[in-house]
Design a protein around this ligand. Structure first.
Ligand code: NDP
Ligand code: MG
Length: 396
């Protein structure tokens, strides 16, 4: 790396955003923050601007922009505030930007992430929902623009590290038999099934190993997160759904594995701290210090593996079905899941209703081919409407 890389962090105020800024701050000779975005945590965004002095900050509303701009001027900073999705796309595609961390949660991240891809940037992809929604179109845009797509999701980053550099020739061509995607099993891995409907958002968000945003924490509890990751893996590594096997591994030390035809199985291990995949992708192909403690195998002692129970985790089955159906199915799945998780966090539905709502909406809507982005957004909107109807009938 010869020059300092200019980095845009989309979703800077979130869990991944903050971890990214922690890694960046350790290496001022390698990285400089170009732009930051926030959505509701604007006081945090102001603090981050003071600390990292970006050229731009992006917020969702006119009113928030006015307040932040005044505070920045008051703090003697030259940071310019931009607005909304157009602002996000602008800082993602800006000619002076080298790398974009896509860490907005959910469908809201799709357009800005695609803007970075279309501008041919180095794109560090945390926002798995963007890829799940628009898989084929997203990967086509990567090929067309020559963008460098690096996975941040710890499992996909692990798989990326265990695959040979020329894996894009095809998994069969490089001797891969299957991908083993590890999952912690979340906080309810052993909760008696009859107690699940009554679990609270607080319990669902108290992940035993990882500290993450609320939406992905609930997704981890239902294992929809692993379902989305299965779809994500299929697109990133050009795998068929039946080539990706989910393995529950409660310690979350083995971040995923690649099984080769000669019987070799390569794994990537590390402490469960997102700064490892973030540092790996930021500096790729070099290695830099991430601030993560060295792995102490003697303290860990044991690594356990078990098969996921589909009765306990129906969302995993629904996601696999969507992966196999292809077309509009993953975009529908993702959108209904977003509505269901938000309703659960608002205490409008119980935990088990998340899967019921998703299954009901998916059963109502035929799968159609997706040849353009407009279809993706139409499917997303359609799924949200159907989910809202379900909620009116069944929610509190
Ligand atoms: P958080 O909820 O902690 O952060 C989300 C970020 O997106 C925040 O900066 C938030 O702003 C912003 N945001 C939320 N809604 C919108 C919107 N409508 N428009 C623009 N910005 C918005 O989530 P995480 O950091 O945990 O996750 C981010 C992404 O990374 C997700 O896609 C998740 O699946 C993925 N991921 C996360 C992992 C983790 O360990 N956390 C691991 C692997 C993947 P604000 O906070 O100001 O409201
Ligand atoms: Mg993950």
């Amino acid at each position: 790396m010869s020059k300092v890389q200019q980095v845009t962090v989309l979703g800077a105020t979130g869990s991944i955003g903050l971890s990214t800024l922690d890694v960046i701050a350790r290496h001022p000779e390698l990285f400089k923050v170009f732009a930051l975005s926030g959505f509701t945590r604007l006081d945090e965004l102001l603090k981050l601007c003071v600390r990292h002095q970006p050229r731009y900050a992006v917020v969702p509303t006119f009113e928030a922009a006015g307040r932040l701009q005044a505070a920045l001027i008051g703090a003697g900073l030259g940071t310019r505030v931009l607005l909304g999705e157009d602002g996000l796309c602008e800082v993602a595609a800006h000619p002076e930007v080298d790398a974009v961390m896509a860490a907005i949660v959910g469908a809201a991240g799709l357009r800005p992430t695609l803007a970075a891809v279309e501008a041919g940037k180095k794109v560090l992809l945390a926002n798995k929902e963007a890829l799940v929604m628009s898989g084929a179109l997203f990967m086509e845009a990567v090929r067309r623009s020559g963008a460098l797509l690096l996975p941040i999701d710890s499992e996909h980053n692990a798989i990326f590290q265990c695959l040979p550099g020329d894996f894009s020739r095809g998994l069969g061509a490089v001797g891969v038999r299957r991908i083993l995607l590890t999952a912690s099993g979340g906080p309810f891995r052993q909760t008696p099934l009859e107690q699940l409907q009554a679990v609270t958002p607080e319990q669902a968000c108290a992940h035993p190993v990882w500290s993450m945003g609320r939406k992905i924490s609930v997704d981890s509890a239902t294992m929809m997160n692993k379902g989305l990751e299965l779809i994500e893996a299929c697109w990133l590594f050009d795998a068929r759904p039946d080539q990706v096997e989910v393995v529950i591994h409660p310690q979350s030390v083995v971040h995923s594995l690649v099984d080769y035809v000669d019987g070799s199985v390569l794994a990537q291990l590390g402490n469960p701290d997102m700064r490892t995949p973030i540092a790996n992708a930021l500096a790729w192909p070099a290695r830099i210090d991430s601030g993560v403690e060295p792995l102490d195998l003697f303290r860990i002692g044991q690594l356990n593996f078990e098969a996921p129970d589909e009765q306990r985790f129906p969302c995993l089955r629904l996601a696999r079905q969507a992966a196999e159906a292809g077309g509009s199915a993953p975009a529908l799945l993702n959108a209904v899941n977003e509505v269901a998780v938000a309703a659960f966090l608002d205490r409008r539905i119980g935990y088990l209703d998340i899967a019921s709502m998703i299954e009901s909406v998916l059963n109502q809507e035929p799968v159609v081919p997706v040849n353009e982005l407009e279809t993706v957004f139409a499917m997303d909107a359609r799924a949200r409407t159907l989910a809202a109807h379900w909620l009116e009938r069944n929610g509190r």
